[in-house]
Design a protein around this ligand. Structure first.
Ligand code: F6P
Length: 427
C-alpha cells in the first residue's frame, strides 16, 4: 500500500516536471486571430510558458518572424499587405503554409500544443488551416482591443522593431497603420469555428466562447486567459515631498532632498535589474522619483498614466489632516467612519477610484508585454488599490494598507506562484 502511494507520488511529480510524457493523445492546435498590435504574440508566448511549466510541450509558429527572416525589408511596406497585391498575398500564403506544415509535423512528433501565431483574420486563411489540420482539435483565440490609447502605445512600440529601421518614426507609424487598415478589409470575426474564444486582450475578459469538441488543456488555457499575471511587479511609492512634511494631501508638490536621496537609492537598488518601462502617475513627485531610476537603466522609458494619479480629495486638496479636522469636522468624521466608501465632496473616494486604477494596471501589464520586470511608482492611496488588486483584502481594510516611502513591494502573481513581499532598500 505504502509502496503504491510512493509510486503514485513519484509518478505525479515526474509528470509535473515533464520527465514522463503522459500527454499522449492529448494534442491541440491553437490558432491566434486578430489585427496587428492586439496582444496576440504576448498572449501566445505567456501561454506557452504556462503550458511548458506543466510539462505540456508547446511551440509557437509565428508568421511575422518567418516573414522577417525571409525578406524583412520588402515586407515592411504597407502595399505588401494590400489584399489585391498578388505578389504580397502569394508570399504571405507561402509563409502561412510553411508554418501550418511545421505545426502538423510538430504534433505528429513529440509536441502537444502547436500555436499558430499570425493575424489569421480572413475566412479563406482559416478555411485552409482547418482543411490541413484535421488530426487534432483546433482552438481559435481571437484578441480584440480597440482602446485608442493602448493601440497608440502598442504601435509606438512596434515601429521601433528593426524591420522599420530604414523608415523615420512617422513614416513607420503611417506604414503600420495602413497595414492594419488592409487587414481590416478582410477581417471576419470568429463565428462558425467549432472551438473558439473571443477575448478582450486588455481586460482579460472572454466575451464569447464556443466549445464543441473535447479540447485538451482547456481549463488551464482558459484560466490563464482570464488571469492577470505578473512575473515581478515592483510597486514603489514616490519619495518624500514638501507636502508630506506638512502632512498636506493631494496637490502636485515636488520631492524634498530626502525624497531625491530615496529616488537615487532606488536607482542603485534596481541598477542590476532590467526595467524597460517605469509607469508613474502624471504627478511631479512620481516622475521625479522615476527619473534617476531611468537614468541608470540601459533602455528605459517612463510612461505617466493618469489612472495612477493620487486620490482626488476635492474640496480638501492641499489641506493638512489637521486643517480638515478643524475646518470641516463633518468631512473628517464621515471619512473616519467609512473610509473606503467615503467620497470627498468634488473629489473621489477609494470606492470610486477602483475602476480607473484597475484600468491603469491592465494598461501597464499590456504595455509591458513580455518583460520580466514591471515597475509602478504611485501614491499612498493608489498603491493600496494596486496592492488589493493582487492580494485579497476586505474593502474596509484597503484604505489602511501599509505603504511606506522607504520600502517597496515586490509582487509575483502567476498561475503557480504568488509572492507578496515588503522590501527595504539601502539609503
Ligand atoms: O499624504 C499623502 C497622500 O498620498 C495624499 O495625497 C492622499 O490624499 C493620502 O495620502 C491618501 O491616504 P489616506 O486615504 O489614508 O488619507
Amino acid at each position: 500500500m505504502l509502496l503504491k502511494k510512493v509510486q503514485d507520488y513519484n509518478q505525479s511529480h515526474l509528470e509535473t516536471w515533464g520527465i514522463i510524457d503522459n500527454m499522449d493523445g492529448k494534442k491541440l492546435y491553437i490558432v491566434m486571430v486578430g489585427l496587428p498590435a492586439r496582444g496576440k504574440s504576448t498572449i501566445a508566448s505567456k501561454l506557452r510558458e504556462n503550458l511548458v511549466r506543466d510539462g505540456i510541450k508547446t511551440r509557437i509558429f509565428n508568421n511575422g518572424d518567418l516573414r522577417r527572416k525571409l525578406s524583412p525589408r520588402d515586407t515592411s511596406y504597407p502595399e505588401f499587405y494590400n489584399p489585391d497585391n498578388r505578389h504580397g498575398a502569394a508570399l504571405r500564403e507561402k509563409i502561412a503554409l510553411i508554418n501550418i506544415r511545421r505545426a502538423l509535423d510538430y504534433l505528429r512528433g513529440p509536441g502537444h500544443v502547436a500555436v499558430l501565431d499570425a493575424t489569421n483574420v480572413s475566412l479563406k486563411r482559416r478555411k485552409k488551416t482547418a482543411e490541413m489540420l484535421t488530426d487534432h482539435p483546433i482552438l481559435y483565440i481571437e484578441c480584440i482591443n480597440d482602446d485608442e490609447e493602448i493601440l497608440k502605445a502598442s504601435i509606438d512600440r512596434k515601429v521601433t522593431l528593426p524591420e522599420f529601421n530604414h523608415l523615420g518614426r512617422e513614416a513607420a507609424t503611417r506604414s503600420f497603420k495602413q497595414r492594419i487598415n488592409y487587414y481590416q478589409t478582410i477581417y471576419a470575426s470568429l463565428k462558425t469555428e467549432r472551438n473558439f474564444i473571443r477575448l478582450d486582450s486588455l481586460y482579460n475578459k472572454i466575451s464569447h466562447e464556443e466549445i464543441r469538441d473535447n479540447v485538451p488543456y482547456y481549463d488551464l488555457i482558459r484560466d490563464f486567459l482570464v488571469t492577470d499575471t505578473v512575473k515581478n511587479l515592483f510597486l514603489i511609492r514616490h519619495g518624500e515631498t514638501h507636502f508630506n512634511l506638512q502632512d498636506r494631501i493631494g496637490g502636485d508638490s515636488g520631492l524634498t532632498e530626502t525624497g531625491m536621496v530615496q529616488a537615487k537609492a532606488l536607482a542603485r537598488h534596481f541598477a542590476n535589474k532590467k526595467i524597460p518601462v517605469i509607469f508613474t502617475s502624471k504627478k511631479r513627485r512620481t516622475i521625479q522619483t522615476a527619473v534617476p531610476i531611468m537614468h541608470v537603466q540601459e533602455n528605459c522609458s517612463i510612461i505617466p498614466l493618469m489612472e495612477f494619479n493620487e486620490i482626488n480629495s476635492g474640496v480638501c486638496e492641499c489641506m493638512s489632516y489637521e486643517e480638515i479636522r478643524d475646518n470641516m469636522p463633518h468631512v473628517y468624521s464621515a471619512r473616519q467612519n467609512a473610509k473606503y466608501n467615503y467620497i470627498y465632496p468634488g473629489g473621489e473616494g477609494y470606492i470610486s477610484m477602483k475602476e480607473r486604477v484597475d484600468r491603469g494596471i491592465k494598461k501597464a501589464l499590456y504595455l509591458s508585454s513580455n518583460s520580466q520586470n514591471i515597475m509602478i511608482i504611485g501614491h499612498r492611496a493608489v498603491n493600496r488599490m494596486i496592492l488589493s488588486h493582487f492580494l485579497y483584502r476586505r474593502k474596509e481594510d484597503v484604505p489602511y494598507i501599509y505603504v511606506p516611502q522607504d520600502k517597496f513591494y515586490h509582487i509575483v502573481a502567476t498561475q503557480n506562484k504568488k509572492l507578496f513581499q515588503l522590501r527595504l532598500y539601502d539609503l
